[in-house]
Design a protein around this ligand. Structure first.
Ligand SMILES: NC(=O)C1=CN([C@@H]2O[C@H](COP(=O)(O)OP(=O)(O)OC[C@H]3O[C@@H](n4cnc5c(N)ncnc54)[C@H](O)[C@@H]3O)[C@@H](O)[C@H]2O)C=CC1
Ligand SMILES: O=C(O)C(=O)COP(=O)(O)O
Length: 529
């Protein structure tokens, strides 16, 4: 079998490549060069990038087999998550991999800006011993304004505390109590701009934040302010910053990121008050090792069809250990459901009963939906697009949970109402210490069968002789029965035969058996080819 192809479009740590191991065909390309990048996407299953590769709608359309885009770092502003979601492509990042490095780089730039370290260094190496020109300022007793008190903003706050600064921040999405716990006062943007001696930006780049610090804002700051940006270029408008420094309305800046990268030529570079680095916030051995190994693990999980805790476009968040085995079970039940129903339902309930119901089991609903659509649509069904497929078809999906499960420790049911009002249901569990998958209910009939590759179900009026007829007809077509169970609602009432067989039962044979036993319905389910 061909190995899944992982395209690495930017530098990935050796440790990350080692996690991928020999199970994948790893290819390399230069993601920043579109003429190389786009054709390289043609047959890839996974793509790993950093910040220099634009994974836009065009790139996603150029990758028909793509199942996962992994960003070996934090910012996803270079990935069109919406386009990926529509195409059923999972997007993952490594949200904590480089935050310490980014926070440390911020501290480096704050200090470098306060003490003119870079400028003095360049001058001295150029043979100039200039002391008074590079007189700086202390941090002690200064006010530091943090824009965006998220993961990195908080690490920066912690690291600045021992310098004796007063910390204020603008972050309307953070509860003030959380900020207070960290000794940071939350204020309006205007207040932060007015009070800060140092302003450090730790916001995501978004429609709201592009140009957030523009000309108007740079007229509200103290002339002694130094502005640090280790988040994303463009949040601080570069033209406005240039004018503000030139006109003495801002004392200096420390910039790691630029509106357009790579950036090797900017009017800002002419200013002695500006210290710059070429987007080095995450460029440490430690951060790259963490980012590389985290995304490699996520890619492996995603390509194995498993749930990925770091996926950003999948509902449900992290999956508890005891919920994980329920995912393949729910997916299988979804597939059996569709085979039994023969059509898509108008309403679907996914019921989770038992001990696991105490956990967040939303992901079980996703797994069931993934199974429901697996054999229905041409496109690949994933945890990402399964809810969209249901929504597109106007199917209402409900997750029902209950800690009560009288017969089994845990049981998952997929129950749907069809267009003609009929209800179809199938329940399953994981049984015994080996956690064997078992179907324990079909359309209200209790049973216990292992959903192997090929299953078949007939409902009919309970009477003698039926098992023999089914056995004979299957035998005539050389189909070997592995197991058979009969369940009925009452003696002489409605009965159900559930069979597992060694090979697929052709549709005409199902029909023939159905006709001979006068079945109300006959359905075969092939879970494997
Ligand atoms: N220079 C570099 O190499 C690196 C840069 N980064 C960048 O650093 C930035 C921060 O990353 P994290 O702290 O991990 O993100 P985060 O998501 O943990 O924190 C962002 C914070 O900004 C706040 N926020 C969002 N929109 C806002 C708005 N419109 N106004 C005010 N506050 C808003 C959020 O409430 C959140 O608290 C991102 O832009 C990321 O791409 C991250 C790592 C390395
Ligand atoms: O993780 C982030 O958001 C970064 O900015 C780091 O980008 P990089 O992986 O160094 O291209």
């Amino acid at each position: 079998m061909n190995k899944p192809v992982v395209l690495v479009a930017e530098e990935l740590s050796e440790a990350g490549l080692a996690v991928l191991g020999a199970d994948f065909e790893v290819r390399h390309t230069d993601g920043a060069d579109r003429s190389q990048f786009l054709p390289a996407l043609a047959d890839v299953d996974a793509l790993i990038v950093r910040s220099a590769t634009q994974v836009d709608a065009e790139a996603i359309a150029a990758a028909p087999k793509l199942r996962v885009v992994a960003r070996a770092g934090v910012g996803l502003d270079n990935v069109d998550v919406e386009a990926a979601t529509k195409a059923g492509v999972m997007v993952v990042n490594a949200p904590t991999s480089n935050i310490t490095s980014a926070a440390e780089q911020t501290i480096a730039l704050i200090l470098a800006s306060a003490r003119n370290t870079a400028q003095a260094h360049a001058a001295l190496k150029n043979g100039e011993w200039k002391r008074s020109k590079y007189t700086g300022v202390e941090l002690d007793e200064k006010i530091v304004g943090i824009l965006g008190l998220g993961k990195i903003g908080q690490l920066v706050a912690q690291r600045l505390q021992p310098f004796g600064v007063e910390l204020i921040a603008y972050d309307p999405y953070l509860p003030p109590a959380r900020a207070a716990q960290m000794g940071v006062k939350l204020l309006s943007l205007e207040e932060v701009l007015k009070q800060a001696d140092f302003l450090t930006v730790h916001l995501p780049k978004s429609k709201e934040t592009i140009g957030l610090i523009g000309d108007k804002e740079l007229h509200q700051v103290k002339p002694s302010v130094r502005i640090i940006n280790v988040a994303r270029g463009g949040i601080v408008d570069e033209g406005a910053l240039y004018s503000a420094i030139k006109e003495g309305r801002v004392a200096g800046a420390g910039l790691d990121v630029f509106a357009k990268e790579p950036c090797t030529d900017s009017p800002l570079f002419e200013l002695d008050q500006v210290v710059v680095t070429p987007h080095l916030g995450a460029s440490t051995h430690e951060a790259q090792e963490k980012a590389g190994t985290q995304v490699a693990r996520s890619v492996k999980l995603a390509l194995a069809g498993e749930f990925v805790p770091d996926a950003v476009n999948v509902q449900g968040g992290a999956v508890a250990e005891d919920v994980k085995p329920g995912l393949p079970l729910a997916e299988k039940l979804g597939r059996v459901f569709t085979a039994l129903a023969g059509e898509v339902a108008t309403k679907l309930d996914v019921e989770v009963r038992g001990e696991i119901a105490a956990q967040d089991v939303r992901v079980i609903e996703l797994a069931a939906l993934k199974g429901v659509f697996a054999d229905v649509v041409e496109e690949q069904v994933t945890y990402v697009n399964a809810p969209l497929l249901a929504k597109d078809r106007g199917i209402t999906v409900e997750l029902i949970t209950s800690s009560e499960s009288p017969d089994w420790r845990n049981v998952v049911t997929v129950r749907g109402v069809l267009a003609d009002g009929r209800t179809v249901s199938v329940s399953g569990t994981l049984s015994g210490p080996r956690q064997i998958t078992k179907i324990v209910e079909v359309n209200g009939y209790e049973m216990e069968i292992e959903p192997t590759a090929h299953l078949c179900f007939f409902t009919y009026a309970d009477r003698p002789g039926i098992v023999g007829v089914v056995g004979r007809l299957l035998g005539e077509h050389s189909i070997n029965i592995a197991s058979m169970q009969v369940a009925r609602d009452a003696k002489g009432g409605k009965a159900l035969i559930a069979l597992t067989v060694d090979s697929a039962i052709p549709a005409d044979v199902v029909e023939q058996i159905g006709a001979e036993i006068g079945a109300e319905s006959g359905r075969s389910v092939d879970l494997e080819d």
